[in-house]
Ligand binder design. Structure first.
Ligand code: E4P
Length: 216
């Protein structure tokens, strides 16, 4: 499973890229606003830190406007992945861009039928939002399971990019189901490294090692 980080904070992206475990980055207009940075500038910076796909989202709602914005965004770097919303105009834009060889991430997916449409439109990635689905009384993990089943039934190549991940159990469930990618806030990625028994184990080993008086 690929790991993307869902943020526009350069320090966090750098720290995670340094682990060698980061496969890409997703941003959205809210994350750009939160970073306080210029969209074009911060996206260009992110694209230099990771060689993986960097999702940059259009804000136009009509096909022509989306195409205009995508044209500007895809000039930033070769690893920019254009993010479009799951609407008729978004999917029309997706079809056009992917047939030109541009990566597209279709975002704000809340149903398996929407995911089916995105795959038919040739999306590189589909982003089902697990946490927001859960918040509204649906089961976000069931959504991932349904999409996996449908994509496997028809051998669609669109990658399932599990989004709106809130905690490590979401990650575990996505890995069990076989989501292709999980995009996570930095804190969730960091929490995956942690286990109380690992920490206790290190503490115990170091205490015993100190008793030997040896060095390596
Ligand atoms: C995905 O690409 C989105 O940026 C993101 O996962 C949304 O997550 P949220 O529901 O925590 O805002």
């Amino acid at each position: 499973m690929k790991f993307f980080v869902d943020t526009a904070e350069i320090a966090d992206i750098r720290e995670l890229a340094d682990t060698g475990l980061l496969d890409g980055v997703t941003t959205n207009p809210s994350l750009i606003a939160k970073s306080g940075r210029d969209f074009m500038e911060v996206t260009a910076e992110i694209c230099k830190i990771t060689h993986g796909p960097v999702s940059a989202e259009v804000v136009a709602l009509d096909h022509e406007g989306m195409m205009r914005e995508a044209e500007v965004l895809r000039r930033i770097a070769d690893n920019v992945c254009i993010k479009v919303p799951l609407t008729i105009d978004g999917l029309k834009t997706c079809r056009k861009l992917t047939s030109d060889g541009t990566m597209v991430n279709v975002t704000l997916c809340f149903s398996a039928n929407q995911a089916l449409l995105a795959a038919k439109a040739g999306a590189s990635f589909i982003s089902p939002f697990i946490g927001r689905h859960d918040d509204n009384g649906f089961d976000g993990i069931d959504l991932i399971r349904d999409i996996r089943l449908i994509y496997d039934n028809y051998s669609f190549e669109t990658e399932i990019l599990a989004a709106s991940i809130r905690h490590p159990v979401h990650v575990l469930e996505c890995a069990r189901i076989g989501a292709d990618v999980a995009t996570m806030p930095p804190a969730v990625i960091k929490s995956l490294f942690k286990h109380v028994l690992t920490e206790k184990g290190i503490e115990g080993f170091l205490a015993d090692w100190a008793k030997t008086g040896q060095t390596i």
